[in-house]
Design a protein around this ligand. Structure first.
Ligand code: CAA
Ligand code: NAD
Length: 283
Protein backbone atom coordinates (compact mmCIF):
# COMPACT_ATOMS: atom_id res chain seq x y z
CA UNK A 1 0.00 0.00 0.00
CA UNK A 2 1.57 3.31 -1.05
CA UNK A 3 1.41 6.10 1.53
CA UNK A 4 2.53 9.61 0.56
CA UNK A 5 0.16 11.95 2.32
CA UNK A 6 -0.60 11.77 6.03
CA UNK A 7 -3.04 13.73 8.18
CA UNK A 8 -2.13 14.07 11.85
CA UNK A 9 -5.08 14.98 14.06
CA UNK A 10 -4.26 16.91 17.23
CA UNK A 11 -1.30 19.30 17.26
CA UNK A 12 -0.53 18.81 20.95
CA UNK A 13 2.57 17.21 22.43
CA UNK A 14 2.18 13.97 20.50
CA UNK A 15 0.61 15.20 17.27
CA UNK A 16 3.29 17.87 16.72
CA UNK A 17 6.04 15.28 17.32
CA UNK A 18 4.38 12.79 14.95
CA UNK A 19 4.00 15.49 12.26
CA UNK A 20 7.67 16.39 12.73
CA UNK A 21 9.01 12.86 12.27
CA UNK A 22 6.68 12.17 9.31
CA UNK A 23 7.67 15.40 7.55
CA UNK A 24 11.36 14.68 8.26
CA UNK A 25 10.96 11.28 6.61
CA UNK A 26 9.65 13.02 3.48
CA UNK A 27 5.89 12.52 3.84
CA UNK A 28 3.48 15.34 3.02
CA UNK A 29 1.70 16.09 6.29
CA UNK A 30 -1.54 17.89 7.08
CA UNK A 31 -1.52 18.91 10.75
CA UNK A 32 -5.08 19.32 12.03
CA UNK A 33 -6.48 20.70 15.28
CA UNK A 34 -9.69 22.35 16.43
CA UNK A 35 -8.35 25.91 16.24
CA UNK A 36 -5.73 27.66 14.12
CA UNK A 37 -3.88 28.80 17.27
CA UNK A 38 -3.49 25.16 18.41
CA UNK A 39 -2.03 24.18 15.03
CA UNK A 40 0.30 27.20 15.17
CA UNK A 41 1.47 26.23 18.65
CA UNK A 42 2.30 22.72 17.41
CA UNK A 43 4.05 24.12 14.34
CA UNK A 44 6.14 26.44 16.56
CA UNK A 45 7.32 23.45 18.62
CA UNK A 46 8.37 21.65 15.43
CA UNK A 47 10.22 24.75 14.23
CA UNK A 48 12.00 25.04 17.58
CA UNK A 49 13.05 21.36 17.54
CA UNK A 50 14.37 21.59 13.99
CA UNK A 51 16.19 24.87 14.69
CA UNK A 52 18.05 23.08 17.49
CA UNK A 53 19.15 20.45 14.97
CA UNK A 54 20.38 23.22 12.65
CA UNK A 55 22.27 24.97 15.45
CA UNK A 56 23.94 21.65 16.30
CA UNK A 57 24.87 21.31 12.62
CA UNK A 58 22.95 18.07 12.22
CA UNK A 59 20.79 19.63 9.56
CA UNK A 60 21.14 22.58 7.16
CA UNK A 61 18.64 25.43 7.23
CA UNK A 62 17.64 24.43 3.68
CA UNK A 63 16.78 20.93 4.95
CA UNK A 64 14.80 22.48 7.79
CA UNK A 65 12.83 24.65 5.39
CA UNK A 66 12.11 21.63 3.17
CA UNK A 67 10.77 19.68 6.18
CA UNK A 68 8.61 22.60 7.32
CA UNK A 69 7.41 22.93 3.71
CA UNK A 70 6.08 19.36 3.94
CA UNK A 71 3.60 20.44 6.65
CA UNK A 72 0.27 22.14 5.93
CA UNK A 73 -2.01 23.52 8.64
CA UNK A 74 -5.67 22.49 8.82
CA UNK A 75 -8.71 23.07 11.01
CA UNK A 76 -11.05 21.29 8.63
CA UNK A 77 -11.45 17.51 8.93
CA UNK A 78 -12.57 17.44 5.27
CA UNK A 79 -8.87 17.80 4.38
CA UNK A 80 -8.67 14.07 5.19
CA UNK A 81 -10.26 13.60 1.75
CA UNK A 82 -6.79 13.85 0.18
CA UNK A 83 -4.71 11.54 2.39
CA UNK A 84 -3.55 7.90 2.41
CA UNK A 85 -3.14 7.65 6.18
CA UNK A 86 -4.61 9.45 9.19
CA UNK A 87 -2.79 9.32 12.53
CA UNK A 88 -5.18 10.52 15.23
CA UNK A 89 -3.54 12.06 18.31
CA UNK A 90 -6.44 13.96 19.88
CA UNK A 91 -7.30 13.62 23.59
CA UNK A 92 -7.50 10.21 25.27
CA UNK A 93 -11.28 10.01 25.34
CA UNK A 94 -13.34 7.28 23.68
CA UNK A 95 -16.20 9.56 22.65
CA UNK A 96 -13.85 12.08 21.02
CA UNK A 97 -12.05 9.28 19.18
CA UNK A 98 -15.14 7.40 17.98
CA UNK A 99 -16.75 10.68 16.79
CA UNK A 100 -13.58 11.49 14.87
CA UNK A 101 -13.28 8.00 13.35
CA UNK A 102 -16.92 8.04 12.27
CA UNK A 103 -16.38 11.30 10.40
CA UNK A 104 -13.00 10.23 9.00
CA UNK A 105 -14.56 7.05 7.65
CA UNK A 106 -16.91 9.19 5.58
CA UNK A 107 -14.29 11.70 4.47
CA UNK A 108 -11.08 9.72 3.85
CA UNK A 109 -10.56 7.87 0.54
CA UNK A 110 -11.58 4.20 0.58
CA UNK A 111 -7.94 3.02 0.52
CA UNK A 112 -6.87 5.19 3.49
CA UNK A 113 -5.67 3.65 6.75
CA UNK A 114 -7.04 5.17 9.96
CA UNK A 115 -4.53 4.86 12.82
CA UNK A 116 -4.86 6.00 16.43
CA UNK A 117 -2.04 7.02 18.75
CA UNK A 118 -4.25 6.11 21.72
CA UNK A 119 -2.33 5.20 24.88
CA UNK A 120 -4.79 2.66 26.17
CA UNK A 121 -8.21 2.62 24.48
CA UNK A 122 -9.40 -0.51 22.63
CA UNK A 123 -8.58 -0.29 18.92
CA UNK A 124 -11.36 -2.79 18.17
CA UNK A 125 -13.96 -0.44 19.68
CA UNK A 126 -12.58 2.58 17.79
CA UNK A 127 -12.60 0.48 14.59
CA UNK A 128 -16.24 -0.52 15.18
CA UNK A 129 -17.24 3.14 14.76
CA UNK A 130 -16.21 2.84 11.08
CA UNK A 131 -17.19 0.78 8.07
CA UNK A 132 -13.55 -0.15 7.48
CA UNK A 133 -12.42 -1.90 10.70
CA UNK A 134 -9.88 -3.89 8.66
CA UNK A 135 -8.04 -0.61 7.95
CA UNK A 136 -8.03 0.66 11.55
CA UNK A 137 -4.90 0.15 13.67
CA UNK A 138 -3.07 1.45 16.74
CA UNK A 139 0.19 3.33 16.09
CA UNK A 140 1.38 4.23 19.57
CA UNK A 141 4.35 6.61 19.64
CA UNK A 142 6.21 7.49 22.84
CA UNK A 143 6.81 10.97 24.22
CA UNK A 144 8.95 12.88 23.20
CA UNK A 145 8.29 11.52 19.72
CA UNK A 146 11.42 12.86 17.99
CA UNK A 147 13.62 11.13 20.60
CA UNK A 148 11.90 7.87 21.57
CA UNK A 149 12.51 4.83 19.37
CA UNK A 150 9.47 2.69 20.14
CA UNK A 151 6.19 2.49 18.25
CA UNK A 152 3.75 -0.08 19.62
CA UNK A 153 1.61 -1.30 16.74
CA UNK A 154 -1.74 -2.62 17.89
CA UNK A 155 -3.90 -4.85 15.77
CA UNK A 156 -7.63 -4.56 16.28
CA UNK A 157 -9.69 -7.72 15.95
CA UNK A 158 -10.34 -7.05 12.25
CA UNK A 159 -7.04 -5.40 11.21
CA UNK A 160 -5.67 -7.10 8.09
CA UNK A 161 -2.03 -8.08 7.53
CA UNK A 162 -1.55 -5.67 4.63
CA UNK A 163 -2.44 -2.74 6.88
CA UNK A 164 -0.18 -4.01 9.66
CA UNK A 165 2.74 -4.37 7.21
CA UNK A 166 2.21 -0.87 5.78
CA UNK A 167 2.29 0.68 9.25
CA UNK A 168 5.35 -1.39 10.16
CA UNK A 169 7.18 -0.15 7.04
CA UNK A 170 6.25 3.47 7.76
CA UNK A 171 7.47 3.10 11.36
CA UNK A 172 10.84 1.87 10.09
CA UNK A 173 11.03 4.71 7.55
CA UNK A 174 10.48 7.13 10.46
CA UNK A 175 13.59 5.67 12.09
CA UNK A 176 11.58 3.95 14.82
CA UNK A 177 11.36 0.37 16.05
CA UNK A 178 7.95 -1.33 15.67
CA UNK A 179 6.74 -3.79 18.29
CA UNK A 180 3.55 -5.76 17.64
CA UNK A 181 1.07 -6.09 20.49
CA UNK A 182 -2.50 -7.28 20.83
CA UNK A 183 -5.50 -5.20 21.73
CA UNK A 184 -5.81 -5.21 25.54
CA UNK A 185 -6.33 -2.17 27.79
CA UNK A 186 -3.10 -0.17 28.02
CA UNK A 187 -1.44 -2.56 25.53
CA UNK A 188 2.00 -3.45 26.94
CA UNK A 189 3.56 -0.02 27.58
CA UNK A 190 0.87 1.57 29.74
CA UNK A 191 -0.30 -1.62 31.40
CA UNK A 192 3.14 -1.73 32.99
CA UNK A 193 4.13 1.95 33.20
CA UNK A 194 0.92 3.59 34.42
CA UNK A 195 0.30 1.43 37.53
CA UNK A 196 3.84 2.34 38.60
CA UNK A 197 3.10 6.05 38.15
CA UNK A 198 -0.26 5.65 39.96
CA UNK A 199 1.54 3.88 42.83
CA UNK A 200 4.05 6.73 43.01
CA UNK A 201 1.09 9.14 43.37
CA UNK A 202 -0.38 6.96 46.17
CA UNK A 203 3.04 7.03 47.83
CA UNK A 204 2.90 10.82 47.82
CA UNK A 205 -0.80 10.83 48.87
CA UNK A 206 -0.08 8.61 51.86
CA UNK A 207 2.84 10.79 52.94
CA UNK A 208 5.47 8.08 52.57
CA UNK A 209 7.91 10.64 51.17
CA UNK A 210 8.09 14.01 49.43
CA UNK A 211 7.65 14.25 45.67
CA UNK A 212 11.34 15.01 45.27
CA UNK A 213 12.29 11.97 47.38
CA UNK A 214 9.99 9.64 45.43
CA UNK A 215 11.47 10.80 42.13
CA UNK A 216 15.02 10.57 43.47
CA UNK A 217 14.51 6.98 44.64
CA UNK A 218 13.35 5.86 41.20
CA UNK A 219 15.99 7.88 39.33
CA UNK A 220 18.99 6.89 41.38
CA UNK A 221 17.73 3.56 42.65
CA UNK A 222 16.27 2.18 39.43
CA UNK A 223 18.17 4.26 36.86
CA UNK A 224 14.99 5.71 35.38
CA UNK A 225 15.75 8.84 33.30
CA UNK A 226 12.91 10.71 35.03
CA UNK A 227 11.23 10.08 38.38
CA UNK A 228 7.60 8.86 38.08
CA UNK A 229 6.02 12.12 39.24
CA UNK A 230 8.13 14.17 36.83
CA UNK A 231 7.21 11.67 34.11
CA UNK A 232 3.50 11.96 34.99
CA UNK A 233 3.76 15.76 34.64
CA UNK A 234 5.56 15.25 31.34
CA UNK A 235 2.92 12.86 29.95
CA UNK A 236 0.02 15.03 31.20
CA UNK A 237 -2.01 14.21 34.32
CA UNK A 238 -5.28 14.17 32.33
CA UNK A 239 -3.80 11.53 30.03
CA UNK A 240 -2.52 9.53 33.05
CA UNK A 241 -6.00 9.62 34.61
CA UNK A 242 -7.71 8.55 31.36
CA UNK A 243 -5.28 5.64 31.04
CA UNK A 244 -5.83 4.50 34.65
CA UNK A 245 -9.61 4.70 34.13
CA UNK A 246 -9.28 2.54 31.02
CA UNK A 247 -7.21 -0.04 32.93
CA UNK A 248 -9.62 0.02 35.90
CA UNK A 249 -12.67 -0.38 33.68
CA UNK A 250 -11.03 -2.92 31.39
CA UNK A 251 -9.63 -5.25 34.07
CA UNK A 252 -12.02 -4.45 36.93
CA UNK A 253 -9.30 -5.02 39.52
CA UNK A 254 -8.92 -2.57 42.40
CA UNK A 255 -5.17 -2.45 41.86
CA UNK A 256 -5.85 -0.15 38.88
CA UNK A 257 -7.94 2.35 40.89
CA UNK A 258 -6.75 5.88 40.01
CA UNK A 259 -5.28 7.65 43.05
CA UNK A 260 -7.68 10.33 44.42
CA UNK A 261 -4.81 12.82 44.39
CA UNK A 262 -4.47 12.33 40.62
CA UNK A 263 -8.20 13.03 40.22
CA UNK A 264 -7.94 16.12 42.41
CA UNK A 265 -5.05 17.59 40.39
CA UNK A 266 -6.86 17.01 37.10
CA UNK A 267 -10.05 18.62 38.49
CA UNK A 268 -7.97 21.64 39.50
CA UNK A 269 -6.63 21.93 35.95
CA UNK A 270 -3.15 20.98 37.15
CA UNK A 271 -2.36 18.87 34.12
CA UNK A 272 1.43 18.86 34.42
CA UNK A 273 4.04 20.53 32.26
CA UNK A 274 1.60 21.48 29.48
CA UNK A 275 -0.56 23.59 31.85
CA UNK A 276 2.36 25.02 33.84
CA UNK A 277 1.59 23.08 37.02
CA UNK A 278 1.26 19.47 38.09
CA UNK A 279 3.26 17.85 40.86
CA UNK A 280 5.84 20.51 40.08
CA UNK A 281 5.56 24.11 38.88
CA UNK A 282 6.88 25.01 35.42
CA UNK A 283 7.76 28.59 34.45
N1 CAA B 1 11.24 17.13 22.01
C1 CAA B 1 12.27 16.90 21.18
N2 CAA B 1 13.50 16.59 21.61
C2 CAA B 1 13.70 16.54 22.94
C3 CAA B 1 12.67 16.78 23.87
C4 CAA B 1 11.40 17.09 23.35
N3 CAA B 1 10.34 17.32 24.16
N4 CAA B 1 13.18 16.66 25.12
C5 CAA B 1 14.47 16.34 24.99
N5 CAA B 1 14.80 16.27 23.67
C6 CAA B 1 16.11 15.93 23.10
C7 CAA B 1 17.15 16.98 23.45
O1 CAA B 1 17.17 17.99 22.47
C8 CAA B 1 18.41 16.17 23.42
O2 CAA B 1 18.79 15.96 22.09
P1 CAA B 1 20.34 15.86 21.66
O3 CAA B 1 21.02 14.97 22.63
O4 CAA B 1 20.23 15.30 20.31
O5 CAA B 1 20.82 17.24 21.71
C9 CAA B 1 17.98 14.80 23.95
O6 CAA B 1 16.57 14.74 23.76
C10 CAA B 1 18.32 14.62 25.42
O7 CAA B 1 17.73 15.69 26.12
P2 CAA B 1 18.33 16.36 27.43
O8 CAA B 1 19.81 16.19 27.45
O9 CAA B 1 17.79 17.75 27.53
O10 CAA B 1 17.64 15.61 28.61
P3 CAA B 1 17.69 14.09 29.02
O11 CAA B 1 18.98 13.45 28.73
O12 CAA B 1 17.15 14.09 30.39
O13 CAA B 1 16.61 13.40 28.08
C11 CAA B 1 14.42 12.62 27.83
C12 CAA B 1 15.31 13.85 27.99
C13 CAA B 1 14.77 11.90 26.54
C14 CAA B 1 12.99 13.16 27.75
C15 CAA B 1 14.64 11.67 29.04
O14 CAA B 1 14.46 12.39 30.23
C16 CAA B 1 13.71 10.48 29.04
O15 CAA B 1 13.97 9.50 28.36
N6 CAA B 1 12.65 10.55 29.86
C17 CAA B 1 11.65 9.47 29.93
C18 CAA B 1 10.76 9.55 28.73
C19 CAA B 1 9.73 8.46 28.75
O16 CAA B 1 9.68 7.59 29.60
N7 CAA B 1 8.86 8.54 27.74
C20 CAA B 1 7.74 7.62 27.64
C21 CAA B 1 6.55 8.26 28.29
S1 CAA B 1 5.18 7.17 28.28
C22 CAA B 1 4.56 7.35 26.73
O17 CAA B 1 4.99 8.10 25.91
C23 CAA B 1 3.40 6.47 26.40
C24 CAA B 1 2.09 6.96 26.81
O18 CAA B 1 1.12 6.52 26.16
C25 CAA B 1 1.83 7.83 27.97
P1 NAD C 1 -2.41 17.14 24.25
O1 NAD C 1 -3.41 17.57 25.25
O2 NAD C 1 -1.04 17.72 24.29
O3 NAD C 1 -2.97 17.42 22.76
C1 NAD C 1 -4.21 17.00 22.30
C2 NAD C 1 -4.61 17.92 21.14
O4 NAD C 1 -5.74 17.36 20.50
C3 NAD C 1 -4.98 19.34 21.60
O5 NAD C 1 -4.23 20.28 20.86
C4 NAD C 1 -6.48 19.42 21.28
O6 NAD C 1 -6.90 20.69 20.90
C5 NAD C 1 -6.58 18.42 20.12
N1 NAD C 1 -7.94 17.92 19.89
C6 NAD C 1 -8.86 17.53 20.81
N2 NAD C 1 -9.98 17.11 20.19
C7 NAD C 1 -9.76 17.24 18.85
C8 NAD C 1 -10.55 17.01 17.70
N3 NAD C 1 -11.79 16.55 17.80
N4 NAD C 1 -10.01 17.26 16.48
C9 NAD C 1 -8.76 17.74 16.36
N5 NAD C 1 -7.96 17.99 17.44
C10 NAD C 1 -8.46 17.74 18.66
O7 NAD C 1 -2.37 15.55 24.33
P2 NAD C 1 -1.18 14.57 23.91
O8 NAD C 1 -0.31 14.33 25.06
O9 NAD C 1 -0.62 15.03 22.63
O10 NAD C 1 -2.02 13.22 23.68
C11 NAD C 1 -2.71 12.97 22.48
C12 NAD C 1 -3.01 11.49 22.34
O11 NAD C 1 -1.76 10.77 22.34
C13 NAD C 1 -3.84 10.88 23.46
O12 NAD C 1 -4.66 9.86 22.93
C14 NAD C 1 -2.79 10.31 24.39
O13 NAD C 1 -3.25 9.26 25.18
C15 NAD C 1 -1.78 9.80 23.37
N6 NAD C 1 -0.41 9.64 23.90
C16 NAD C 1 0.07 10.54 24.79
C17 NAD C 1 1.37 10.39 25.25
C18 NAD C 1 1.96 11.35 26.23
O14 NAD C 1 2.99 11.06 26.84
N7 NAD C 1 1.39 12.52 26.44
C19 NAD C 1 2.16 9.34 24.78
C20 NAD C 1 1.63 8.46 23.83
C21 NAD C 1 0.33 8.61 23.41
Amino acid sequence: MNVEKIMVIGAGQMGSGIAQVCATAGYKVILNDLKQEFVERGFAVIQQNLSRQVSKERMTSEEMEAILGNITASTDLNDAGQVDLVIEAAVENMKVKTDLFKQLDEIAPAHAILASNTSSLPITEIAAATNRPEKVIGMHFMNPVPVMKLVEIIRGLATVDEVYKTIEEITIRLGKVPVEVNDFPGFVSNRILMPMINEAIYTLYEGVATKEAIDEVMKLGMNHPMGPLTLADFIGLDTCLYIMETLHEGFGDDKYRPCPLLRKYVSAGWLGKKSGRGFYIYE
